[in-house]
Design a binder for this molecule. Structure first.
Ligand code: PEP
Ligand code: MN
Length: 337
């Protein structure tokens, strides 16, 4: 952290800051420039709230220089994290493709979708058994019954299951059936849930919150990692902006930004990002072209009668078409599919 003082700040103000830094375990390095005096704070603990310094007399600006997320940062680990679960790899040379319905609705539905995906060569199956719905009157998911269906079809086709855990009390249950536990956008800052996920030995797919900054996303990853679980997959799923033409606004630039800041794999969810079926393919292509490590897509055998997110779910044949297109794009960015 650098504290830039206003021009001609009296010595007393600088001393006050030095004192406060000392009480917080920092060493203060003072550089007296021609116009500004700059105080560099080194060592000590991370300061969560810079306002304490910003509000002190004589302070012009406080610049954070070391990231507050450490384990998630590239400085901590320069090489990419590659996550292996069952036969699936996320963050390696191959683009990871996760697909499936928004919600698990029935065994028959999952059977049709999983068989189709398996024939395409897709080995990661998504489906929510616990659904975070905006309305309490909407379908809330099948719960454990849904998890059982997921496991049954995944075992048949040797697929990896991705499913959402909404609260700490569901972790043990999800651990029985699910291979990658998803934390939904609405739970990105459920710190208690994040902490508990730090103690499990399965990967976590962490989705960016609706109005979360990239730094906040990385801090949430840090919460999980602080507990010991290093296998975090980040997911850009669109953020709230003033634009209403799409459900959310897909922040494509988050991909290269995160790639630079963190070693964790980053995938894109074009379904929740756009909310519109016809926007899913172009956004998927853009995501892969921009360097994403994978995509997670909602598909359905009958989108028009889907219990959840039908309008953004691809028909099965549309998914196949997109998958084939992505096979063409991957080598251009030196990846495989
Ligand atoms: C989901 O992937 O099923 C989901 C609910 O997405 P999000 O949390 O990004 O809204
Ligand atoms: Mn959905």
């Amino acid at each position: 952290m650098l504290i830039v003082m206003k021009p001609n700040s009296p010595e007393e103000y600088i001393k006050n800051i030095e004192e406060l830094l000392k009480t917080k375990g920092f060493m203060a390095h003072i550089s007296r420039g021609e116009i500004n005096t700059v105080i560099g704070a080194v060592g000590g603990k991370t300061i969560d709230d810079r306002r304490e310094f910003e509000l002190m007399q004589g302070v012009q600006e406080v610049i954070k220089i070391s990231s507050s997320y450490k384990l998630a940062s590239r400085t901590f680990q320069p090489e990419n994290t590659v996550i292996k679960v069952k036969d699936s790899v996320i963050g390696g040379d191959k683009i990871a493709v996760i697909a499936g319905p928004c919600a698990v609705e029935s065994l028959e539905q999952l059977e049709i979708i999983a068989e189709y995906l398996n024939n395409c060569g897709v080995k990661m199956l998504r489906g929510g058994a616990f659904k975070p719905r905006t309305s309490p009157y909407s379908f809330q998911g099948l719960g454990e019954e849904g998890l059982k269906y997921l496991k049954q079809v995944a075992d048949k086709y040797n697929m990896t299951i991705v499913s959402e855990v909404m609260e700490s009390s569901q972790i043990d249950l999800c651990m029985k059936y699910v291979d990658i536990l998803q934390v939904g956008a609405r739970n990105m800052q459920n710190f208690n849930l994040l902490k508990q996920l730090g103690y499990i030995d399965k990967p976590v797919l962490l989705k960016r919150g609706l109005s979360a900054t990239i730094e906040e996303l990385l801090m949430s990853a840090e919460y999980i990692m602080a507990g010991g679980n290093r296998n975090i997959i980040l997911c850009e799923r669109g953020i709230r902006t003033f634009e209403t033409a799409t459900r959310n606004t897909l922040d494509i630039s988050a991909i290269p930004v995160i790639k630079k800041l963190s070693h964790l794999p980053i995938i894109v969810d074009p379904s929740h990002a756009t909310g519109l079926r016809d926007k899913v393919a172009p956004m998927s292509r853009a995501a892969i072209a921009a360097g994403a490590d994978g995509i997670t897509i909602e598909i359905h055998n009958s989108p028009d009668t889907a219990l959840c997110d039908g309008a953004q779910s691809l028909y099965l044949n549309q998914f196949k078409e997109l998958y084939d297109e992505l096979k063409g794009i991957a080598p251009v960015v030196k990846r495989e599919l």
